[in-house]
Design a protein around this ligand. Sequence first.
Ligand code: GDP
Ligand code: IMO
Ligand code: MG
Length: 430
Amino acid sequence: MANVVVVGAQWGDEGKGKIVDWLSERADVIARFQGGHNAGHTLVIDGKVYKLNALPSGVVRGGKLSVIGNGVVLDPWHLVSEIAKIREQGVTITPETLMIAENTALIMPYHGELDRAREAQVAVGKIGTTGRGIGPCYEDKVGRRVIRVADLADQATLELRVDRALVHHNALRAGLGLEAVDRDALIAALNAIAAEILQYAAPVWKVMNELRRAGKRILFEGAQGSLLDIDFGTYPYVTSSNVIAGQAATGVGLGPNAIDFVLGIVKAYTTRVGEGPFPTELHDADGERLGTRGHEFGTVTGRKRRCGWFDAALVRQTCAISGINGIALTKLDVLDGFETIKICTGYMLDGQALDYLPTAADQQARCTPVYEEIEGWSESTEGARSWADLPGAAIKYVRRVEELIGCPVAMLSTSPERDDTILVTDPFED
Ligand code: GDP
Ligand code: IMO
Ligand code: MG
């Protein structure tokens, strides 16, 4: 039995949601292991659009277990409203189909306020966060002052946790010119939502180990992308968690030997939302065309995504960091109609050729991409469901991507629709 990890191999929004939804037919359990509702995963099934932030993308299929693991930061109020919205679309969510780890850190309203207040400090330059309190919550987790799911079950513990958090936050808020948090109102709000959240709470590490022993197939759903990873991304323009495949095990309470296949999700070009370096970014008509054809607007904040050519050097790097066994190449159809397509194969830095993006910010800024040009295709690949439907030039592009990143294509995606997908190698069977 194989367990599969899905991770984004660029700056997020690669199409993880669509691929996780497609693969979840073959899985028993779908688990989120990091990030929070900064994620925006879009699924299109027979024309019906589902937008998920905190819930795993497997929820829309009946009969699967969805898991929110301890590596996630969870906004309980957001979760309740997301569940209500998704139920309105006809999806069933019950404590039998959704499980939340008891040791999951909770995002409080003051986390979002702090996130947004910091982003407003123009003097130091913003990160371009989603403003949802992700960073401040992870800081509190590591700072040992976060409120966790299990704390909601006991009044005395809850009050102790709130008091510990507020010593820190009220001091910080005073410095930022924010009002002190109303302790009693916060405790009342937590008490009001506690039962709703606790009905899904479980010792996820235990259940996951039992499911694994029983031979169930686990699909781990990553959020964000490897270049937003707190350690390996373009720091400080990153998110506040490890998003790479190694986190999948830690983020639910399984050992690293539980992972059998790592599937990297890779867009056929590159996008990024928020600030930070982006060597192949385009500021011309080609960039506009990618954004328009690819509908590149963020699901969470509605911001326009920055667009550029495919960066094989970066994906080669992220394939290594996550131990990617195969990629799902998405949005190939967006490249239809380009006369020529460019691929970045490496960089020039101060007259020297580099085959990876260096860590130092000043060096990243001085790196200029080295491109090779590939012939485009005029035919449509939209909705293609087999290799035979693809024009020769598109196949050549895919093959060249494989060569340059040193990793085979396991899946191809040619439209937002669930079934407009080409399976080359089944990650669960490989
Ligand atoms: P995620 O965050 O990685 O799940 O990706 P998002 O859902 O934020 O962004 C990907 C967008 O591209 C969504 O609107 C998808 O519906 C859409 N999409 C996914 N795969 C394809 C594809 O192969 N072709 C096209 N044209 N759109 C796709
Ligand atoms: P999915 O799962 C794209 C970006 C933000 C910002 C940086 C830090 O849909 O691929 P944060 O709010 O996490 O502190 O913001 O990370 N970011 C994403 N970009 N896709 C995402 O998720 C993202 N989640 C966070 O735009 O640059
Ligand atoms: Mg997204």
